[in-house]
Design a binder for this molecule. Structure first.
Ligand SMILES: NC(=O)c1ccc[n+]([C@@H]2O[C@H](COP(=O)([O-])OP(=O)(O)OC[C@H]3O[C@@H](n4cnc5c(N)ncnc54)[C@H](O)[C@@H]3O)[C@@H](O)[C@H]2O)c1
Length: 363
């Protein structure tokens, strides 16, 4: 079975990837958590829970866990302090102890929320991530970033808390809406552009099979993306340097999400637009050649048509770029490709270049 180690000293863990693995959740959790873990709190949402909760609970019980299930609403707005507070209450009422664990079954919303609660309840209890969207399987479940949103901004309240295990069953993507799968594929392209030209080519060459959820292709894709992310996180767990390259496409992507009030774009789609914009900035600065920029455009187009962004006001976009929480000393940092597979970070992009690249990318 493809297994990706995340090497972080005493916080190291494994990412297991295999079709049908959900039925082995209990046994794998037992191996990772040890015999002294009596209870597992399964956190999911209404949609995912309806499809996969019973199988997960059965497997956990079979491995000797007493299981308590907690369900949150479906949607980004439930990634909130309010939901976290009701989960804290549930844990306290059920007498959940330090030796017990939370199992997050769902997409990035469930994973981030459950992870945040696991990071802070009793100053931290153990967490198992069982991601069920492609985005969560290749990105959000790995690396230990957890957070909830605040009315004034996304992911503003959070903690680093590494899971004890990430268990990925690509079969669960069979019930995921196609638009969500595509959003995950844009993020997969991101890994190719920043770190791995071969991965980039293999996504471009096999895009139809990936969109049709070809099992072998998907497993390879997920394993490669996880391995790239694990490598970055292993060298820069807390994003003081290298980890920032994972933000390729996110400077503009976050601005697009904010300006459209998180309603028009899925996160991966906003990143798709953001990668088009960043590639254009790189080309205008003479860092990236036109052929590679066109290949990046073609790979993004191959995934599917991005929701239109042309109606958003450029000035609003530029203000939002400078309000992002990753702005340092008032300067927006852009991750810019110099070729497919290699990027640099720049905080000195002249405003006219940002404007022109945005205008061209979003039209
Ligand atoms: N922690 C990190 O490092 C990190 C990285 C990237 C994104 N994120 C966060 O992840 C979140 C987005 O995650 P997401 O894209 O997974 O969205 P999501 O969690 O909202 O899931 C998308 C939709 O798919 C449904 N769904 C999930 N799995 C399903 C399945 N197998 N079958 C049917 N439906 C299913 C969900 O109910 C939801 O409606 C954002 O809050 C973002 O901030 C975190």
């Amino acid at each position: 079975m493809p297994t990706v180690p995340v090497k972080l000293g005493s916080r190291s863990y494994q990412i297991l990837i295999s079709a049908g693995l959900l039925d082995e959740l209990g046994g794998r959790a037992r191996t990772s958590l040890g015999a002294n873990c009596g209870r597992a709190v399964l956190v999911s949402n209404m949609t995912v829970g309806r499809i996969y909760r019973d199988r997960s609970v059965r497997s956990l019980r079979h491995a000797g866990f007493k299981v308590h299930s907690f369900s949150i609403g479906d949607g980004e707005r439930f990634k909130s302090l309010r939901t976290a507070e009701s989960l804290f209450g549930f844990l306290i009422e059920h007498g959940i102890e330090r030796s017990d664990a939370i199992v997050a079954l769902g997409g990035g919303v469930v994973g981030d929320l459950a992870g945040f609660v696991a990071a802070t309840y009793l100053r931290g209890i153990r967490l198992i991530q069982v991601p069920t969207t492609l985005l969560a399987q290749i990105d959000s479940s790995v690396g230990g970033k957890t957070a909830v949103n605040h009315a004034l901004g996304k992911n503003l309240i959070g903690a680093f808390h590494q899971p004890s295990l990430v268990l990925i069953d690509p079969d669960v993507l069979g019930t995921l809406p196609a638009r969500q799968t595509q959003a995950g594929l844009y993020e997969a392209i991101k890994y190719g552009v920043i770190l791995d030209r071969r991965l980039f080519n293999s996504i471009s060459d096999n895009i139809d099979q990936l969109k049709n959820l070809d099992a072998t292709r998907l497993e390879l894709l997920i394993a490669r993306c996880c391995s790239l992310k694990a490598g970055v996180v292993g060298r820069d767990e807390r994003e003081s340097g290298l980890r920032k390259i994972l933000n390729f496409g996110h400077t503009v992507g976050h601005a697009l999400e904010a300006v459209s009030r998180y309603r028009r774009f899925l996160h991966g789609e906003a990143v798709g637009h953001g990668m088009r914009a960043a590639s254009r900035i790189a080309e205008r600065l003479g860092l990236l050649n036109a052929a590679d920029r066109e290949m990046i455009d073609a790979a993004i187009a191959g995934v599917g048509k991005l929701p239109a962004a042309g109606t958003l006001a450029l000035d609003d976009m530029i203000s939002a770029i400078h309000r992002d929480k990753k702005v340092e000393a008032g300067r927006a940092t852009f991750v810019l490709p110099v070729e497919i597979g290699k990027v640099v970070m720049r905080s000195d992009v002249p405003p006219p270049v940002i404007r022109a690249a945005l205008k061209d990318a979003l039209k």
